[in-house]
Structures are given as C-alpha cells and as structure tokens.
Design a protein around this ligand. Sequence first.
Ligand SMILES: CC(=O)N[C@H]1[C@@H](OP(=O)(O)OP(=O)(O)OC[C@H]2O[C@@H](n3ccc(=O)[nH]c3=O)[C@H](O)[C@@H]2O)O[C@H](CO)[C@@H](O)[C@@H]1O[C@H](C)C(=O)N[C@@H](C)C(=O)N[C@H](CCC(=O)O)C(=O)O
Ligand SMILES: Nc1ncnc2c1ncn2[C@@H]1O[C@H](COP(=O)(O)OP(=O)(O)OP(=O)(O)O)[C@@H](O)[C@H]1O
Length: 513
Amino acid sequence: MSLGINEIKTILSEHNLLIKIVPNKNEQFDDVTYDSRNVHNNALFFCKGNFKPEYLTMAKAAGASGYVSEKKYAEGSNLTQIIVKDVQKAMSLIGAAFYRYPENDLFTIAYTGTKGKTTSSYFARSILDNTTNNKTGLLSTIDTIVGNNPDQKFKSHLTTPESLDIFKYMRMAVDNGMTHMVMEVSSQAYKKNRVYGLKYNIGLFLNISPDHIGPNEHPTFADYLHCKEQLLVNSDICIINADTDHFEDIYMAAKATTQPENIYLFSDHDQSLIDNRHPDFIFDSISDTISDNKIKLVSNNKKAKAMKLDGEYKIAVAGDYNESNATSAIIATGLSGASSDDVSNGLSTVFVPGRMESYDAKSHGNVYVDYAHNYASMHALLSFLKHGNPDGKVIVVVGSPGNKGEDRRKGFGIALTENADEAFLTTDDPAFEDPATIVDEIDSYINHDKVNVHIELDRRLAISKAIHSGDENSIIVVAGKGRDPYQKINGVDTPYETDSVVVKNVLKGIENE
Ligand SMILES: CC(=O)N[C@H]1[C@@H](OP(=O)(O)OP(=O)(O)OC[C@H]2O[C@@H](n3ccc(=O)[nH]c3=O)[C@H](O)[C@@H]2O)O[C@H](CO)[C@@H](O)[C@@H]1O[C@H](C)C(=O)N[C@@H](C)C(=O)N[C@H](CCC(=O)O)C(=O)O
Ligand SMILES: Nc1ncnc2c1ncn2[C@@H]1O[C@H](COP(=O)(O)OP(=O)(O)OP(=O)(O)O)[C@@H](O)[C@H]1O
C-alpha cells in the first residue's frame, strides 16, 4: 500500500487542514505511523499528542521520509514536511486514504454510551455471526477481531483505537473476508479525533451518566455528551435508547443529520416522546432472575413490524440492564439483515469476557466477575444481585483507579452503602497514586452501619478472603477489572493474571481443602 503527496494535498486542502507542504525527494509513502518505535522505510510519521522532538529523530533514523505535524521541527530537516492545522484530524483522513477506505467495504455498527458498549457489541456480533457465517469483525475494549484465524484476534489497547489503527484493522478485516464490523466508539475517540471523517451504517446511543470527567478526559459533562452525540451525527441510521437521560438532546443531535424515519427508538414502556414519537420497539422483561434472563420484544408501529423481530429471546448473560443492551443489538442486527432465528441463537449462546462471569463456589456461594467500575454500573449490578438474592449476603471486592475518574470513589462508597453487606476494598490500577489513599477515600463514603468494610490492598488476597468469607447463600462480586491482564502501577502495566483466573485458582484451592 502507498499514498502519494498529491492525494494527501487534495485531502487536506478539501478539509481546510493544510498549512503548507514542503516536498523533499520522496513523493510516495509506503507506510503511515505515529510511533517512532514502529517506523518502516519510507514511512510518513505523525507527530501527535505528548510528542517529543527526539521521536522524530528516531523516526528519521529508522527510515521515515516525511512527517505531519502542527509545526516545523528542526529534527525533521531533509524530510518532506506536511504542516497542518490539526494533526489528529489529518491523521484520520490520511489513514483512511492510505488503507484505501476499508470502511466502504464493511457494514459498520458503532456503539456509544456510558455503560453497555462492550456487552452490546458482543451481543450484536454473536447474532451477526449467524447471519454472516462468521464474517463479523469486532473493535472492542476487550478484543480486536479482524478474521477467524487465531492470530487475527488480539487484546485491545484502547476502547477505540487510534485512527491509523482503526483503518489498518478494517483493511485487515476486509482482506480476511469480513463483511461486517461491530465497534465501540468512546467519547475520547471523538475528543481526540480518532474517528474524524468516519461514517457508520448504524450508530447506537445506549445511555449517558457522568463519567470520564476530569483533567485528562472531558472538562465538563456537556463536553462528554457533545462528544458522544457525534456518533449519531456520523451514522446513516441511528438507534437510541429512549429511556436514557438527556434523551431529547440526543434525539435532536441525531435529527440534525438523519431523517426521523431512519431513527429507531426503543424503551421498556410505551411513552409519548419528542416530535409526537413513540418508541418503535418496546421490550418487556419476562424473567430477570440471576439464572434466567428473557425478554419479549414488541414492535410498536408499521416500520418496526416490517422487520419481523417480534418474539421472546433468552439472553445468556444475567443482569436486568442487559435487557436493554440486548434490545439495542436486536434492532441493529435486524437492520443489518439478521432474522429472529439468528437473534435467538446469538443471544442465547453469547459469552462476554469479564462481564457477569459466574462461578460456583459451593459452600461459599456464587462468585461474579464483572467490569462494573463507576457508580452507574456498580449500582445497576449490586441492586440486581441484591434483589435477586434477598436472603444472602452481597460481598464486594472493589478498588478505584488512580489519576482518573476520581469521582468514582464516592460513587462506589454510595453504591456499596445502598446494596452491599460486606466490602473488601483493594487495589485497581493505582497509577501514580498510593492505593491505600484511594481505598481510604472510598471508605470515607461508606456508611459503616450498613456495610462491614475490610481493607486488603493485595488484590489476589482480597479476592481469596472475600470468597472464603461467604456462605452457601452469599454472592461475591469481584468488580472493576474483568479480564484486564494488568495493574497499572507507576506508569507500567504490571502483569496480573486477571480476576477470572484468580477466582478460578481460589476455587481450586477450596476444592482441595
Ligand atoms: C488522552 C489520550 O487519548 N491518550 C492517548 C494518546 O496519547 P498521546 O497521543 O499523548 O500519546 P503518548 O503515548 O503520550 O505519546 C505521544 C506520541 O509519541 C509517540 N511516541 C511515544 C514514545 C516513543 O518512544 N516514540 C513515539 O513516537 C506515541 O506513539 C504518540 O503518538 O494516544 C496513545 C496512543 O497513540 C494512547 O495510548 C493514549 O491513551 C491513553 C493511554 C488512555 O488511556 N486514554 C484513555 C483516556 C482513553 O482514550 N479511553 C477511551 C475509553 C474511555 C471510555 O470508556 O469512554 C478509549 O477509547 O480507550
Ligand atoms: N446498560 C447498562 N446500564 C448500566 N450498567 C450496565 C449496562 N450494561 C452493562 N452495565 C454494567 O457496566 C459494566 C461494564 O459494561 P460494558 O463493559 O458493557 O460497558 P462499556 O460501556 O463498554 O464500559 P466502559 O466504557 O467502562 O469500558 C458491566 O460489567 C455491568 O456491570
């Protein structure tokens, strides 16, 4: 693959991003990259983010023949110089062109929302695997899947990758025969222009609640909401959960670029909405116990009825909040060609790594490994489990990350007070903070008359102690990390075998006792 300087010039000029191009000897680039540790000969190097000029020196030494940046660097002398107004936007547009617009050869379903993106993406992919005969790729927080061979599935680094990686993965997916792509789009992806210029066939908005607000992410809630809404502005068809907070604002964002007939709304009840609309689909919970999750989907108008999706569906993953996640996936996949049989098969067999993974701890109760890591998800999870198990204790292992989402600490304190009986406060990605201080902060928001609190900073030990403290009626929740294979400590991803593996090891130990 290669890209010529003239094409780059046209693209950047069309988008009013070009300040100047000073071509050098090479007018054709054979690779694009933003990382000096990954430069091939004749590459175009992007200077972005917390860039340091020495990276350009490294890139040049490794064979880069041009660079894109917002200013000129002496370190880039003798290289083709492309100076732009916004390097992240330029990188996304040039990335799409370099990889020959792979998004045009994929039917794309893109999810945003504060909670449920990963789960719903797995639901949608599981359904579409039936429809497409396993030709559906995935860009998710957990896994990136660009083909069916084992080496075409790998762990993700970000929820939404850098633009160059998105287009590279999409190209790989197309070349590997994939026809559909389900992806998560974070608000950060819009904030950082990782998806600038990318259009989706279907965009879904699940919900929004305060999260990711802080000096390193979004300055305000309004900024967070605005970034998330951009997904709808860039989608041909929009699907919106009518029960979300800020629904009217979100609907208006969708309507700015999409005709109302291409906007699908769903809810757990009929209601009169903006523009005299009612939800197109309504889902009823038939069963939402810990062991059985089932919904009935009902179309509420002719447009929805024509999709022939009405029916009862079993969902393999527990949690009443997963009913709305499942509904979103049914509508999105139905619009992509899935039949109700595909939906039935997909939802009844789906497995989502690190989300509501259930383990039988015999005389110590039942263990759930789950990714709940803010107030909204912890509240949804614990209230579901407490109501489903009113006679047993709810025991929770939880920590909170350092240097981000500081408001989560208060959220956990409140959620634990509302529905937990015991809490084991522990370490979760402390970054550059002292985990003991983080844990003390969570503790300060817990009402000790309601919750019995233990502090154990060694996460493995905290999990073991929590499981051992349970009796046969207990539910033990290991929250926040799911299948994350690391603890982020002092800027280093320190290997960690994952909560799922730690739980399995503790259970093995119990069997052998
Ligand atoms: C705020 C943000 O978007 N940060 C991301 C961004 O950082 P950055 O551009 O400043 O990169 P950097 O690592 O500081 O380095 C600067 C540049 O120098 C390059 N470099 C660096 C070292 C070197 O030796 N040579 C070199 O060329 C880097 O490749 C990079 O291009 O680009 C990096 C990859 O190029 C990302 O790893 C990094 O994500 C950080 C780690 C992160 O955790 N971001 C979070 C906030 C995030 O984006 N989360 C959302 C999910 C949130 C949600 O759930 O809603 C996500 O989509 O994942
Ligand atoms: N629709 C929902 N509403 C509230 N909580 C939810 C919902 N769906 C999932 N959860 C809870 O949130 C946790 C994270 O879910 P999931 O990973 O699907 O969301 P996400 O949007 O990808 O999250 P993140 O952006 O934090 O990675 C789950 O483990 C569950 O506890």
